[in-house]
Write a protein that binds this ligand. Structure first.
Ligand SMILES: [Zn+2]
Ligand SMILES: [Zn+2]
Length: 273
């Protein structure tokens, strides 16, 4: 929402979108407080995920998936904190790049571990061209609908790839990860829409409740948290599915279990019945 009575540290918003949360209401330095802080869910889990990749000795390539989620989280933090167009790009461009990496990793799941950095050259070339084309066009034609559609197509492609992998392997843990990640993600997307459509109603609701409860009513903030955690689970899915295919062939005595916290996977001895 445009500033009610006060401008903040970052001046007049230059981004092509301004969200429902009132600007500079809680701080002179942060345009949208809840929409900014809620990005911690897109910043802290991927940092933890990268540490886990190293600790658990997973393939290094999964660090890229987490790293791009972290970049989106930092970009989104910067965007909502400043509402500057440059920071909006810092959020929106990595969303498309990161999901492209995710799609690529999902197509690699069934292949044996390789030392070659790029094993599917045509797909790599296609996705890179898609990202370059999208980036150039979006810089010239900064229509939010174009970004939303490009990102949406990639997310949809990642869902289809996951469904395919579940059908082939029928892994119980992957199925659980898929159900959690997609339902959390899609519910977050539903709230993203509600925040846009019912902004006026939400604002009148906010005027009647204590300020302390304001963050709970910021549905865009909920979207950040759900998209962050949903995508984090999607990376866990990719890791698990990769090892499903590789370790079966090796008849390994260990398999990967989901940690009860929901924030990681751990190697556990297989129970043979
Ligand atoms: Zn946002
Ligand atoms: Zn699995």
């Amino acid at each position: 929402m445009p500033p009610l009575e006060n401008d903040g540290y970052w001046g007049k918003p230059t981004s092509t979108i301004d969200w429902c949360e009132n600007n500079y209401e809680f701080s002179y330095y942060i345009a949208e407080m809840t929409n900014t802080v809620s990005n911690l869910m897109m910043i802290l889990p991927p940092i933890w995920g990268m540490i886990e990749v190293l600790n658990q000795k997973f393939e290094r390539k999964f660090i890229y998936c987490y790293f791009l989620l972290l970049v989106v989280g930092l970009g989104s933090w910067a965007f909502h904190m400043t509402l500057l167009y440059e920071m909006q790009l810092f959020d929106e461009l990595p969303m498309v790049w990161g999901t492209s990496v995710m799609v690529y990793c999902l197509t690699e799941v069934r292949k044996p571990q390789t030392t070659r950095p790029i094993s599917n050259v045509p797909l790599f070339f296609f996705l890179t061209s898609f990202c370059v084309f999208f980036t150039i066009l979006y810089l010239y034609w900064p229509q939010p609908v174009f970004q939303h559609t490009s990102y949406g197509i990639l997310v949809f492609a990642s869902f289809l790839l996951e469904i395919h992998l579940i059908r082939v392997k029928n892994c119980r843990i992957c199925r659980r990860l898929f159900i959690y990640s997609t339902s959390i993600y899609l519910f977050g997307f539903f709230l993203w829409n509600m925040d846009k459509v019912f902004c006026r109603n939400l604002n009148s609701l906010r005027s009647g409740i204590p300020k302390l409860l304001d963050p709970i009513t910021q549905l865009h903030g909920w979207w950040h948290m759900m998209a962050g955690y949903g995508t984090y689970l999607q990376v866990l899915f990719t890791i698990h599915a990769s090892y499903d295919f590789r370790y079966e062939k090796l008849n390994a005595p260990v398999n990967l279990q989901l940690r009860p916290s929901g924030f990681g996977l751990k190697w556990a001895k297989k129970v043979f019945s």
